[in-house]
Write a protein that binds this ligand. Sequence first.
Ligand code: AMP
Ligand code: MG
Length: 315
Amino acid sequence: MEDVRLERIREIIEPLRVEAGTAVVLERDFDPGNTGDMFDKKDSKRLLTTGVEMLDYYQSRLAAQDTYGVLLVLQALDAGGKDSTIRHVMSGVNPQGVVVHGFGVPSSEELDHDYLWRYQQKLPARGQIGIFNRSHYEEVVVVRVHPEILEGEQLPAEARGDGIWERRYRQINDWERFLVENGFPVAKVFLNLSKEEQRRRFLRRIDFPEKNWKFKARDVRERAHWDEYQIAFSEMLSATSTEHAPWYVIPADHKWFMRVAVAAVLVDTLAKIDPQYPTVDDEARKELAASKQELEAQAPDGVAADPVAEPAGKE
Ligand code: AMP
Ligand code: MG
């Protein structure tokens, strides 16, 4: 893959990365309406097409190499655009190489285990790109905003109470480090929506009949907790953007910018792996030659021994 495109991609995502150890205040540090100065709406379609082509290029090599797997974590507020981002960014990639999992309210079986258990079950295999549509980060966001959810997690006394969020941040960082060190790079994107754009998107879901199914009155009630979510997301970003698994805060008010930026984060993660098609060793090359001879000997009368190697003028 030529370096200029990768360099361009790094220029797009660099300003969006949360440096490890910085204290993030979302509203102060990241503008949801930002579209940078790298490209405009007019260019975005072409750039997304390029990004999708690059994803396809890397995905086929990732699968063939079968050594690394990539986890893309998507977090956002309601109407942040997670679903449509997945649809657009993964549009040109072989579906066999991608696994997407959405995480909702945990089941009773899931609550009977430690809080990372259900996420562990859905990790990508080697060779795959896994996408978490919501993720283990709900465990330090929605669970923090709604303490009654924590009450339902059946935790022993020593796992609750003071310091629980700091402990969970540490546990999540440790878990992700374990994954990264074992061949599963983790890319994390937070789709950063403004309160006014969320209001508009909810209204669109109400006003357009084909969007009604997406609307839940619950979402509007959650909106009443906007400030608490901003704090929970800010602290999550501050505590869990690490050297091994950094967060990217993607401005989400303009979908055309958001999609290109998310594709760019994923391409960058794959480019760092730089997966390669396996090469054939001498032993295997001898086997190929022997099999070729065997197949050539089976050519029907009047047909070229190897019509693939000599397609023209030999019939
Ligand atoms: P949706 O993404 O629209 O299907 O909604 C999924 C719902 O599940 C959201 O309201 C999330 O806040 C909720 N949810 C996701 N993970 C958890 C969790 N670990 N504990 C409680 N609620 C969760
Ligand atoms: Mg929802």
